[in-house]
Each structure stands twice: as structure tokens, then as C-alpha cells.
Design a protein around this ligand. Sequence first.
Ligand SMILES: O=C(O)C(=O)C[C@H](O)[C@H](O)COP(=O)(O)O
Length: 208
Amino acid sequence: MSRIEEIMTSSPVIPVIVIDDLADAVPMAKALLSGGLKVLEVTLRTEHGLAAIRKIKQELPEAIVGAGTVISAEDAENSVAAGAEFLVSPGHTDELVDRALALGVPILPGVATPSEAMKMLAKGIRHLKFFPAEAVGGLKVLKAIAGPLPQLRFCPTGGINPEKAIDYLAQNNILCVGGSWMLEKGDIADKNWAAIESKAREAASLAG
Ligand SMILES: O=C(O)C(=O)C[C@H](O)[C@H](O)COP(=O)(O)O
């Protein structure tokens, strides 16, 4: 099994983390891990992304930490230097994907169409993020793609909630789903890590 497949199958849900306050990084990651979600995607959407990856790796070595919203080759380099074990991108460019391959770091490039998926397959990449999942047709699209492109495996992300996650996870070509539903803004503002842990526990128990 490839490393990216190991990561995708070690947890049904990959939480998509946005860090607005660096002090939240470790307690938030701890709550997710305690709830049973050990694969974490820390996005580079805010200025704290890289520092958060470094801190979580240092303090919670049992977490499998990846970088999300990786959109350039430079982001890929910086993420690996910060300790990211895998990369996730909302879409893909040749420059980004070729750099990740050269660095030897697993990457889940974002695709939304069969042509994009075929482009990645031509580079030897069979594991993909399907984004923005719900907005581009959701499960129906991945069921349809499974016919002509059965070798692909997906992590749909975008607009997914626990009910939808169950349906996605029941589909053969879907190994896990990504989402931010367990990280509600109000809970983060209140530093209500117990609430986040309990939503993480529910997510970790989802199965299709
Ligand atoms: O930041 C990125 O790289 C993205 O591609 C976007 C995220 O994956 C989605 O925003 C998560 O989806 P929601 O669960 O709808 O919040």
C-alpha cells in the first residue's frame, strides 16, 4: 500500500484546519486526536499554517500532519520543511505536482473533472482530492467516474457534513472525506475543545 493510501485509510475523515490564532493549534489538534481523528490537514490559508504544522508535530508526534491549500511549488517546499507528511491542494498545476513528486512527499491534488483526473493519472497519481465536492455534483460524479477510471481513489471535500459523509464513504472509490464541520467557529472562539473533541469522535466513527 502506498503511503498516501495508508494515510487515507487510517481515518474516515480528514479535518480541514484553519488557524487564526497560533495558540489554538495544539489544543485544537489535541481535541481532534483525542476524538480519534489522527490525520490532520492544516491549511496554509492563514499566516500561521506553517508554524502550526511545526508546533503540532513537535508536541503531538502521534498525529499525521499534512499541509492544505498548498497552491505553489514554494508552498510545497515550505510545507515539507515545516514537517508536513502529505500535501493537499484545491486544484493542481504541473509546477506544484512535479515539485511534490521530486520532493517525494505524498500529494492529493485537487480535481473536479475526468480530464483533470486523467492528467494526474498520466503523472502516476491515482489518489486525488475531489473539490469542491458538493458544488460540482458530489457523489453522483464520483460514481460516474468509477466506470471508466476504476483505478482512481478520492477524498471528496467541500460542503460535506456527517450525513453526506456516510454516503460518500459507502462508495468503493472513496477512501476518506475531508471537511471542517467538526471545527465550528463558535467552539474555536470559545476555546470549547471538549465540544470539538466530541464532534471529532462522531466523525471518527462514521463509516459507509
Ligand atoms: O483550503 C483548501 O485547500 C480547500 O480546498 C478548501 C477546503 O478543503 C474546504 O474549504 C473544506 O470544506 P468545508 O468542509 O466545506 O469547509
